[in-house]
Design a binder for this molecule. Sequence first.
Ligand code: AP5
Length: 227
Amino acid sequence: MSDVTTIPAVLILLGPPGAGKGTQARMLEEAFGLVQLSTGDLLRAAVAAGTDAGMAAKAVMAAGALVPDDVVLAILKDRMRDADTKRGVILDGFPRTAGQAEALDGLLACTDQQVNSVISMDVEDGPMIARVAGRYTCAGCGEGYHDMFKQPAKAGVCDKCGGADFKRRPDDNAETAGARLTAYHAQTAPLIAYYEGRGVLERVDAMADIAAVRDALQARVKRVMGD
Ligand code: AP5
């Protein structure tokens, strides 16, 4: 059996913490029937479940460093085999190192596939700390909010599911966010040149407001999906 199911469209959102990868990936899921695969979410689920992968990842994530490639790859490979990925996937937070990018190429090559599009969400570092530190999510459905930039229409009630319970991530504080930004520049930003060289990279100004970024991203994904 191949390591991956055939996935017709493989899109990557590349950007530092707070760039809006998760916010936009969830809107792309709804607009195009794609599936968001966030390695951050998969790792947090593994930590919560107390699996071996979760145990290996917990302290690394709390420090804002990158989890070892083999741990991340094992989790992602499992998820890519699920049937719901059959129209296509948006990789959110993966790959994050040269080793992960090469491993992804190898996985996709097993089924004659390749990465279709990589969108770099271009932002300035400074405002990213405020974006990350102000973030919270609905505990029920995972909808994302922000203290300043995206509040529920009715205070304290989730727009999507009506839930009233919200949570914040333990790594969403100014100190850890700074460490995550440093890791991004050292280990992930070089992938911009890697994918540029392959002719699949596009850039979006992710400093614009959420709706403007959504429109710019969706126009690009529409071309890739041929919708
Ligand atoms: P992960 O969960 O992937 O976190 P991250 O990359 O640091 O990204 P964030 O979730 O912080 O940011 P985002 O770009 O999704 O922003 P969002 O849309 O939420 O990774 C966490 C950890 O897991 C890592 O540090 C690492 O340890 C580990 N890990 C994960 N993947 C790994 C891998 N492949 N290899 C190794 N380790 C890995 O937006 C942020 C906030 O801003 C929200 O509140 C939102 O409402 C708001 N916002 C969004 N867009 C805008 C806008 N345009 N204007 C104003 N506000 C906005």
